[in-house]
Design a protein around this ligand. Structure first.
Ligand SMILES: C[S@@+](CC[C@H](N)C(=O)[O-])C[C@H]1O[C@@H](n2cnc3c(N)ncnc32)[C@H](O)[C@@H]1O
Length: 291
């Protein structure tokens, strides 16, 4: 069934395609759904009389390459709806796969209340997803950037207060993860991180370069500075047998594999793929006997 709104969505999709947006039809539909507060599949039910000028204002923002999630104010991550906006990294589907790996391994651990550290939590996406799907876990989320931390705080508070959680199971810590959580040294069951990993000077789309915070993106000439810091921090935090998972760029699989060598006390170091079949995260187990 056609409607005025669906005609507008088709026009808007053409405008977004011209502007170089990757998924123009999807984005136009999601913006329309957000403006009219319906699900995407219910757009045909919006009456013609419900025309809202905000739709075209939001399409203009997207055509200027502002991220969809900043316009709708929401990002979906696994089973979560997170609030996002200026100052925080928009969580990505790639990270959902790594988070799923972590939830699977935590489920197999013979530990009553596994302790998890999420290094560089941003919106709180990984920490909250683990807490939601692994209710026994106690998750420590570390974030250095005060703007990003405010978004994490907002999301954690919203979910904790929604009664699906027991308050306190996601604990937010301010500061550099290299120097944080000293009280947990040698006791953490799983360290997970999606750190900044883009080499300085690399070219990125406008949605990324102009809207994701610089501290979430850039990490030295080879992009591996923060990943090396995650490795050092994981060595300090993990108990023997504990696991680490760290996300990286699609071209960094081989380099990141060697950040976790046997000589440093790691075993079972593995490259893992994202849904598109690209190398996306490295996992390893801590022996407790590293150099
Ligand atoms: C790529 S974003 C990932 C955010 C979130 N984990 C996600 O997957 O959506 C990296 C985050 O790590 C934070 N960060 C970078 N270096 C850090 C450090 N040394 N200590 C604490 N946080 C750090 C950044 O501010 C940013 O919020």
């Amino acid at each position: 069934m056609m409607s005025l709104l669906l005609d507008e969505v088709a026009l808007a999709a053409a405008r977004l395609a011209e502007a170089g947006v990757d998924s123009p039809r999807t984005d136009a539909e999601l913006i329309a759904a957000s403006v009219h507060r319906v699900r995407r599949g219910e757009l045909h039910t919006v009456p013609d009389s419900a025309f809202d000028a905000r739709f075209w204002a939001d399409i203009a923002r997207r055509a200027a390459r502002e991220p969809l999630q900043h316009i709708t104010g929401q990002a979906h991550f696994r089973y979560l709806e997170l609030e996002v906006g200026p100052g925080v990294f928009v969580p990505r589907p790639e990270t959902e796969v790594m988070t799923g790996w972590a939830i699977g391994r935590l489920g197999e651990m013979d530990v009553a209340g596994p302790v998890v550290a999420d290094l560089g939590t941003g919106s709180g996406a990984i920490a909250l997803a683990i807490a939601q799907e692994m209710p026994r876990a106690r998750v420590h989320a570390v974030e250095a950037d005060p703007l990003a931390r405010a978004w994490a705080e907002r999301n954690i508070t919203r979910y904790v207060e929604s009664a699906h959680y027991t308050a306190g199971r996601v604990m937010l810590h301010a500061g550099d993860f290299s120097e944080s959580l000293g009280e947990l040294d040698g006791t953490v069951d799983l360290v997970i991180s999606n750190p900044p990993y883009i080499p300085v000077g690399a070219s990125v789309p406008p949605e990324v370069g102009e809207y994701d915070p610089p501290a979430a993106l850039w990490s030295g000439a080879d992009g591996l500075n923060a990943i090396r810091a995650v490795e050092r921090t994981a060595r300090r935090l993990l108990r023997p047998g504990g696991l680490v998972a760290v996300e990286h760029g699609a071209q960094q699989g081989a380099a990141v594999y060697w950040v976790f060598p046997e000589e440093s006390g790691w075993r079972d170091t593995r490259n893992n793929k994202d849904l598109a079949g690209r190398d996306r995260f490295v996992t390893a187990a801590w022996t407790g006997e590293g150099a």
